[in-house]
Design a protein around this ligand. Structure first.
Ligand SMILES: Cc1cc2nc3c(=O)[nH]c(=O)nc-3n(C[C@H](O)[C@H](O)[C@H](O)COP(=O)(O)O)c2cc1C
Length: 203
């Protein structure tokens, strides 16, 4: 019997929105039969910036138990989902800082041939969710990744409305059932495709 696919969910979140999506993705991936690692990237902002927003400092303290992402979490995984808030239409520098530690693994071919997918949040509906997800796509291309977006492959996608990856407008409040179900669907789809690839390679 084939070992379950390994899925790493690696994310950054200042105030908990992307963290909530990451947890739903972990839930969906586990229910689809994957072995899951949920990892947050290190906070790189100076303490005075973090402490300038109570919700930011609180979320950092609340998630201190979530293990920090390392290159091993990339190497171990058959599929990786990256999550980040939008920052001026781009991924957060904290996630980019983690990505920028992966040059050695990339050079050894250790990032190629995996399944990749991404999720995000922004404060406003047209605040850069798609550009953020597409920017992560640029990196997946460089890695030789197999990009698996949700598309419109489930009825929930017609409610959540983002075929590039799960996203949520944080200005509307915490992610509700539509966003969380879209996250679970994205995870299931990633696991299904990664499982088919793993089985095909083992055959
Ligand atoms: C420096 C900075 C830049 C941001 N840029 C955008 C933006 O371009 N568009 C937008 O809608 N929201 C923007 N936001 C809001 C964040 O995307 C939003 O707070 C985040 O998605 C919430 O996710 P989190 O709770 O996981 O941190 C920005 C926030 C910060 C701090």
């Amino acid at each position: 019997m084939m070992e379950p696919v390994h899925v790493s969910i690696i994310y950054y979140s200042s105030t908990g929105t992307v963290h909530a999506l990451a947890q739903a993705i972990a839930d969906g991936a586990e229910k689809a039969g994957a072995r899951v690692r949920l990892r947050r990237v290190a906070e790189t902002a100076p303490p005075e910036a973090v402490e300038s927003r109570q919700e930011w400092a609180q979320h950092l303290a609340d998630t201190a138990h979530v293990p920090s992402a390392t290159a091993d979490d990339m190497e171990w995984a058959d599929a990786v989902l990256l999550g980040t808030p939008t920052r001026f239409g781009n991924p957060a520098s904290q996630l980019r800082a983690f990505i920028d530690t992966l040059g050695g693994l990339w050079f050894q071919g250790g990032l190629a041939d995996k399944v990749y997918s991404a999720f995000t949040a922004s404060n406003t509906a047209h605040g850069g969710q798609e550009s953020t997800l597409l920017a992560l796509g640029n990196t997946f291309y460089h890695w030789g990744g197999i990009i698996v977006p949700p598309g419109y492959t489930d009825p929930v996608q017609f409610q959540s409305g983002n075929p590039y990856g799960t996203s949520h407008v944080a200005g509307d409040g915490a992610p509700g059932e539509v966003a969380l179900n879209a996250a679970r669907h994205q995870a299931r789809r990633v696991v299904d495709i990664a499982t088919a690839l793993k089985a095909g390679r083992a055959a």
